[in-house]
Structure formats: structure tokens, C-alpha cells
Write a protein that binds this ligand. Structure first.
Ligand code: HQG
Length: 180
């Protein structure tokens, strides 16, 4: 991905997950933003975007972070939100027996005492494979992939959701369900 596309992708993550108000747009509860309004608001904020650039980011995003509405008029981030205005109505699903959470070794002590908590986001993010978790964890330091007994958690009543891009979400993981 070129620098230009990475910068546009980061900008879209910022406004569609975290700070829509920074450029004066609003997202609905499902996270959707009107693309024309987004382009106009971005331009007022000094950020140039057009439909073609947005479409290229959506299609080339390695993690499939964004999706267009069926009519092509709106865009949203499919997971990763911290803004309180968005609360996607995910349908709970049965997870695989184990899921992985990527973190940095410096957080392990705290995780052992408090379990996995969502931090500034709404959910704890989990992946089906260890490699993805390691790459997520490497953003914060020496990476480690924690194995989570998702199947047992679900049997005990914890809810799991799967975003369109395959990332699994749950509200929290008590320390006892982290198996290594
Ligand atoms: C850690 C990326 C101390 C947690 C990824 C993580 C993901 C604790 C950090 C998405 C803790 C939160 C989300 C505890 C959890 N004590 N630290 N009790 N519980 N943590 O960025 O999962 O590339 O909010 O391990 O692919 O790293 O941006 O969450 O290190 O899907 O599209 O607190 O972001 O996607 O960090 O990443 P984050 P995350 P993108």
C-alpha cells in the first residue's frame, strides 16, 4: 500500500472509529457516514479525499477495515470503534473453541490481574489465528498472542460477535479464560 493510501486509511480510521466530530460529521448508531458529507467535511478540515481514493482504500485495506452500504452512498468502519455514538447491532455468534488476542508483554501482569478489557474501544478484539494476534500485539511492544477459551466462555453466557472482516469481539475476558 502506498504512503498516500496508508495516510488516507489512517484518516478514515480516525474519523469513522474515533473522532467524527473532529471534522464535524456524525455517524449513525451502525457507524455509517454519508460519503459526500465526509468528503466535504474532510476538505474543510484540509484533508483531500475523493470517491476513487476512498474506494481504493476500502478495496485494498489488508484487514478489510471499511465497508460501503449496499447503495454505495455510505461508508463505515466494520469494527474498532471508540466513539460512544456508534453501537453496531451485531448478532451474537458461536465462536471457535479458541480465539487469540494480541498484546505486548508489558501488559501481561495487568491482564493477569484484570483480564482483557477493551480500553478505549467498545470491545476486546480477538482473532482466529495466532499470527494475526502477534501482528496486532507488535503495535505496542514485544508481541505475545494470548489464547482465549472462547467456546467455554460462550457456554457460560458471554456473548461473541464477528465483524464483517472476521475480527471477533467480546466485552471482556476474565483472566481465568486466558489459557496461556
Ligand atoms: C491491552 C487493530 C493492560 C490490549 C487490530 C491492547 C484490532 C490491557 C490494548 C484492533 C488489558 C488496547 C484493536 C489490561 C487489554 N491491562 N492492558 N487488563 N486488557 N489490554 O488498540 O486489541 O489495525 O484498543 O491487549 O487489528 O490492540 O487499527 O486494542 O494491547 O482489530 O485496523 O490494551 O485494532 O486494527 O489496545 O486492537 P487497542 P487492540 P487496526
Amino acid at each position: 500500500m502506498s504512503e498516500h493510501l496508508i495516510e488516507a486509511s489512517k484518516f478514515l480510521s480516525y474519523v469513522l472509529r474515533h473522532e467524527p466530530e473532529a471534522i464535524g460529521i456524525t455517524l449513525d448508531r451502525e457507524g455509517w457516514a454519508d460519503i459526500e458529507l465526509l468528503i466535504a467535511a474532510a476538505s474543510t478540515a484540509g484533508k483531500w479525499l475523493d470517491r476513487e481514493l476512498i474506494a481504493t482504500v476500502v478495496v485494498t485495506s489488508d484487514k478489510k477495515r471499511f465497508a460501503f452500504s449496499d447503495d454505495g452512498l455510505r461508508i463505515r468502519a466494520v469494527q474498532g470503534h471508540s466513539t460512544a455514538s456508534v453501537d453496531i447491532d451485531f448478532v451474537a455468534q458461536v465462536p471457535p473453541e479458541f480465539l487469540y488476542h494480541g498484546t505486548a508483554t508489558r501488559f501481561l501482569e495487568s491482564i493477569q490481574s484484570s483480564g482483557l478489557v477493551p480500553g478505549s474501544r467498545k470491545y476486546v478484539h480477538l482473532s482466529e489465528n495466532e499470527e494475526t494476534a502477534l501482528s496486532v500485539g507488535s503495535r505496542y511492544g514485544k508481541p505475545v498472542a494470548l489464547k482465549v477459551s472462547a467456546g467455554v466462555m460462550q457456554e457460560r453466557g458471554f456473548k461473541f460477535y464477528r465483524a464483517e472482516n472476521g475480527v471477533w469481539l467480546t466485552l471482556n475476558v476474565p483472566a481465568g479464560f486466558v489459557v496461556d
